[in-house]
Ligand binder design. Sequence first.
Ligand code: FCB
Length: 783
Amino acid sequence: MSITSFPEGFVWGVSTSAFQIEGATAADGRRPSIWDVFSADRAEACDHYHRYPEDVRLMKELGMAAYRFSVSWARIFPDGGGKPNAAGLDFYDRLLDEVTGAGITPYATLYHWDLPQALEERGGWPSRDTAARFAEYAAAVHERLGDRVDTWFTLNEPWVAAFLGYGSGVHAPGRKSPADAFRAAHHMLLGHGLAAQALRAGGAQKVGLVLNISPVMTPAQVSDFGRELSEEDAAAVARIDALANRQFLEPALRGAYPAELLPVIERHGGLGHLHDGDLETIAQPLDLLGVNYYTPLVVQAQPSEPADPAYPGSEGVLFCTIPTAVTAMGWPIVPNCLSLLLGRISREYPGLDLMITENGADFVDVVTGDGIHDVDRISFIEEHLRALRAAIDDGARVRGYLVWTLLDNLEWSDGYQRKFGLVHVDFATQRRRMKDSALWYRDVVSRNGLAETRPRRPTLETVAARAGVSRATVSRVVNGESSVSPEVRAGVMRAVKELGYVPNLAARSLVTRRTNAVALVLSVPRQGGDTLTSAVVQYVTSLLEGAGKQITLMLADTAESHRRIAAHVEARLADGVVLLPPDRGDTLAERLSRTEVPLVLLGKPPIASLVPYVDVDNAGGAAAATEHLLARGRRRIGMVCGPMDLVTVQDRLAGHRAALQRSGLTPHLAPADDLTRASGAAAALRLLTDVPSLDAVFAATDQLAIGVLQAARELGRRVPEDLAVVGFDDVDAASATTPALTTVRVPVADQALALARLLLSRLEGRHTTSVVLPTRLVVRDSA
Ligand code: FCB
């Protein structure tokens, strides 16, 4: 097997941060940080504070050489100042013993966004004093842990902390003031400088800073970076680059703010907070620049556009969506940008050592009996590693790569729904399970490189990364366009051959635009799917239009319309098809799947096929509903089912049966003729008359459950005292019944998003599998 190997001594590892994993927010004297106050209900996280031995063991099993963690300031100085809290330091002492004992090199970050609330109350980062407090904190932590930590990162992503925390207010502490945001940014930089001095005075070996550096470009540049820009677009790109990147890079590495930024800062609260000598303090020698890369920033000039609150001074700049696949977070996946940005930093700051301190992706994970097959995450990391390798070949001094992140965790304002981990965490039990990506990464680490012969189709992206050119260039070569120089052409053809790349329709269409439309086929009528259908229309349209596709909306309601749709797709008038099949009797999916045009379905089809679909975990949701009734002491549980030929109904029934069986109980079933309330009421009347001793009813949908409530009223049964009732779907009406309905929530927007994302991935020739989204029990009054 041939291997794309990395330089000898290349450091592989993972990154985490304190607030996102530790939990134990009141343990051993810790007091609240701004994040505890900002998102009060989320304290437990991964309970890493108590489970760190297991987490370190996982890293050891994965062969990690490096672990970047962050120290919680609020554990060390719970009130912001005074004497350091010994019990807080003790935790990191234990953690470091464990980490170094496992042969893993620790990298410490001092500030990963969790300012002690006590300091926020004294003005937070907009106050200059916070910078001095930060340096004291750095010194105290170094004094206790410096014997085991060589590399100290002062700040993590100060742009995010300053501009989302104090500018747009979507992060803690939630202030919305451009002036505060600029002041916070400056004081963070000052804190970095002062802390760097304190660390060095204490004898620290290496001091670094972690920045989220986002390449900034126009939509057209994403596939063709060399493209010339209009003056207006060039100015828009430069402005956002100054705000997002150069605002931090230049003071830290050159001791100056970008000249064009100063008037912008001045307009937002003045320059009074920039004191003489600050920039010298900030520009401390840096041993290592940590680079966090996820996605580029794509902008263009748009005169009427108001400023984005996260980028004060961005009037006249539009933030754009672009033609590419995205992660579940909605972030465009553009691995080439990693090479681009490393090349840029290496050119602008020659001699600087770099480390990728974060890179990773949120995807919807499906837990199956035989593991978590997160192929999307593997592709994401692999493609970024190829881009990284290309940058190293071009001379970037990148010393290591750390995946964000070890564990599924608390993703700031987004809570627990985001899944960035190599390791899955079940937050109900705190059980950890390695995903396929963890095992795959373990192999990468152990061979210090990527295997060339992974049985996966190489993409346009892979060829571009290998040949060190843009996707558009590959596309041009593949399409035999003459505008490419012979050297570049030879390089691309070599990469194509080595990787065994087979161009697909999407690759060709990138340049030729031979087909540029996606068909969105809606079957009518569909039972009770109105909100879902409209969400699908909305998401599919916006995501795919953002990707440069036109949407052809087609209604499949008659045999004639089926014929027309099939002819349309067979004639290749669509790049891809999103199909919302009818509830029963679908023949279109089968027919369309024979055309080789990428197809994705909403809902699991009745007959197993290779066409990927998006569905919710119907069986799991029904089992959870039934288990809830059991946990409330109900033992004689009936079920009002819908028509048994509906796949959804079959799955919900299967989950219900399985849960009863585990408790040694037998089901009592009443099928309804359709999914209307009236049919639900009729089925429930039959059921409760036949088996009067029932003390609970689970209904396959909320509409049926509302019918059950009606029937219960007619029979004089009190809900929930005599009869507990649970529905499914969490439709709007479910919270308006008396008593309000306990039900199972299905994620509507996520299904729509997943469907759009699945088609985009297929259009890009990525490997895709069906997506089954988790459901959640919503407990109200009826059970
Ligand atoms: C970065 C943060 C990290 C995590 C990832 C997804 O901006 O540093 O804590 O939230 O994004």
